[in-house]
Design a protein around this ligand. Structure first.
Ligand code: NAP
Ligand code: ZN
Ligand code: ZN
Length: 397
């Protein structure tokens, strides 16, 4: 760990991007209703063609399902702050066109010949990865997100098992994914409100579980956005007392309504002092550079701060004394493995946990991004994919 140094984006880690993606997004006739398993499908989509042009209508050619593939008719896709970082090129070189979206929920439309664990009609989800090497130590341990050869992100990644094409994400009407990376979404969860579980949910569930949070622990959540509000709900469902740290006065009442036991305005030094040495684990979800040292002071001996947010600019330096004096750990965590993601979805179904969402149509995506950057969403935007135009109705088709 090297506090203060900019870190690479999680979803493109060690993944060389394809040089030429033009063939991935091509015009053509609509093929809705096809039932020949040898045929691919065109998907209506929204994506970026440059870092500063916003999201525009695109057409994505999806492959025909291979023997292990599941084709999904996407119903909803959550908007993650990582989508904003990636489409705006904030994490460095990015290949365009790029269709973001890695909080995907939909119904299976077709399956490959070797798929017997999913059938057409099943409610399923896809999160931040669609492949990994499947043979390194991390993959064999069920920690595919830490694949030593680099996971294949749901968008913007070179897809080695599919001709090195570039993956394109869930702001689209369909997607084709290997069955090993498809999750089963419990039918008692609202599909739109469950979509954010596929990234915001698992990204906060995983460090809570890794730390072993249980009844009686005190969990601090820094930043009340998409990830932060899921951390509050999940930590409460695990029996913890939850303290929220926010920069937004307007979120104080809402945080209490979400289930937080107390709320602290993190820019108020006196309020911060009241939390000194009171917390076991902090989940930091802030999407911008910020000083962590005041938060270390709120941790008890043997406490830990997990940083989940990945700002594009450097963070202020960490004071080693703040860590040493109480044996505090400063850690990071990247989404979660496939088995753990399934465990999280089942946990949410059992405890009635879903995201608080605002559904948006395709034409509202650019405004939604601006509102996310301004921190004015309670708490996750979710795209209704029925608002995407069919490829045949569009100028590029
Ligand atoms: P989000 O919904 O935009 O929430 C981020 C929150 O951070 C905001 O609601 C705000 O909370 C706080 N914040 C934003 N700007 C701030 C500033 N300048 N100073 C202080 N606080 C600020 O974003 P998200 O989708 O939850 O994602 C959060 C971060 O996690 C992003 O960087 C994203 O890329 C990253 N991420 C990481 C992983 C992983 O695997 N580690 C997975 C997904 C996302 P308040 O208003 O309450 O202060
Ligand atoms: Zn995400
Ligand atoms: Zn691997």
């Amino acid at each position: 760990m090297t506090p203060g140094r900019p870190v690479p984006p999680p979803l493109a880690l060690h993944i060389p991007l394809a040089e030429d993606v033009a063939g991935e997004l091509r015009p053509g006739p609509a093929v809705d209703g096809i039932d020949d398993p040898r045929q691919g499908r065109l998907a209506a989509a929204r994506g970026a063609v440059s870092s500063d042009g916003g999201l525009v209508p695109l057409t994505v050619a999806r492959r025909a399902p291979k023997p292990d593939d599941v084709e999904i008719a996407i119903e909803f896709c959550g908007l993650c702050h990582s989508d904003v970082h990636a489409t705006r090129g904030e994490w460095g070189t990015q290949n365009y066109p790029l269709v973001p979206g890695h909080e995907i929920v939909g119904r299976v439309s077709r399956v490959g010949s070797d798929v017997d664990d999913f059938a057409p009609g099943d409610l399923v989800g896809v999160g931040c990865m669609v492949d990994s090497c499947r043979e390194c130590e991390s993959c064999l341990d069920g920690l595919e997100q830490y694949c030593e050869r680099g996971l294949t992100g749901t968008y913007g990644a070179k897809d080695a098992r599919n001709g090195d094409s570039m993956t394109q994400g869930g702001y689209a009407s369909s997607v084709v994914v290997d069955r090993r990376y498809v999750l089963r979404v419990p039918e008692n969860l609202d599909p739109a409100a469950a979509a954010p579980l596929l990234c915001a949910g698992i990204t906060t569930f995983s460090p809570l579980r890794h730390f072993g949070v249980e009844e009686g622990d005190v969990v601090g959540v820094v930043g009340l956005g998409g990830l932060g509000h899921m951390a509050v709900k999940l930590a409460k469902a695990m029996g913890a007392e939850v303290k929220v740290f926010t920069t937004s006065e307007s979120k104080v009442t809402a945080a209490l309504e979400l289930g937080a036991d107390s709320v602290i305005l993190s820019r108020d030094a006196d309020a911060m002092a009241t939390a000194n040495r009171s917390i076991d684990l902090i989940i930091d979800t802030v999407a911008a550079p910020h000083d962590l040292n005041p938060f270390f002071r709120t941790l008890r001996r043997d406490g830990a701060l997990f940083q989940l947010g990945l700002p594009s600019e450097a963070m202020p330096p960490v004071n080693p004394g703040a860590l040493i004096r109480r044996r505090i750990a400063y850690a990071g965590s990247l989404i979660g493995g496939i088995a753990e993601t399934q465990e999280m979805l089942d946990f949410c179904a059992e405890h009635g946990v879903v995201s608080d969402i605002e559904i948006v149509g395709a034409d509202q995506l650019n405004d939604a991004y601006d509102r996310m950057v301004a921190g004015s969403v309670k708490y996750r935007f979710v795209l209704d994919t029925t608002t995407l135009q069919a490829p045949a109705e569009r100028a590029d088709a």
